[in-house]
Design a protein around this ligand. Sequence first.
Ligand SMILES: [Zn+2]
Length: 264
Amino acid sequence: MIRAISIIGYGLMLVALSGCATTHGADASAPPQPLTPQAVLAELAAGNKRFATGQARHPHADPARRADVAAHGQHPIAAVVACSDSRVPVELVLDQGIGDLFVIRVAGNVCATDETGSIEYAVEHLQTPLVVVMGHSQCGAVTAVVQHAHEHGNIARLVARIEPAVEQVCHDHPELKEAALLDECIRANVWHGIEDLFMHSPDVAERVEGGTLQIVGAVYDLASGRVTWLGSHPRQAEWLAAALRTGPAPAPHHGSEPQAPAPR
Ligand SMILES: [Zn+2]
């Protein structure tokens, strides 16, 4: 009898925890209401604006939230591929908390096999409606490729994934030098990561095609703290067609692409 009461009491406690909130906000929450990719993007843009202007709320960081997600599982609103650079702490710069973001960090924010598999887990098992591939200013991994640094071992294999983007920018924009060249290469590397994601993951491509998933690029500025949202890949339709084997793979052509407007 005592055991039965204890179980009931534990169940009531879980119900109480799950009833704290039902939407994505400052309180601990049960599984949030399904959000559209557009709504999540707006939330992340608002969070970054708070961070960059010194008005961060640091949501979902208290013991109640920790207990909630430990008991009920994770329901992140977005998956973010970002660089391992210590100056790009993803949850902080987007003003999110525990259980909000499924973050994959790797030097140069490349989308190779392991990163793509992690993204597939997020979108297929956790139903995250948005994937962000986020580069950042002064990225050392991209800089190493631009400056033809002689890396060795596994670093060489990692930066080799960045080389196609840099080569494309150098081909399309031979006039660019130094900081302007690096900035363009950082953006191109974001687009290249998204292309890799499409081409290596038909499941992800199908979800984007079906409208249940959006993949956007972004670049974080170390000095200002602001994220420039690049939007969807300018040639997403072509890459989706290639990924879904309904057309030839488009030739990468990053440099002269128009930049999508940033969400407000
Ligand atoms: Zn970096």
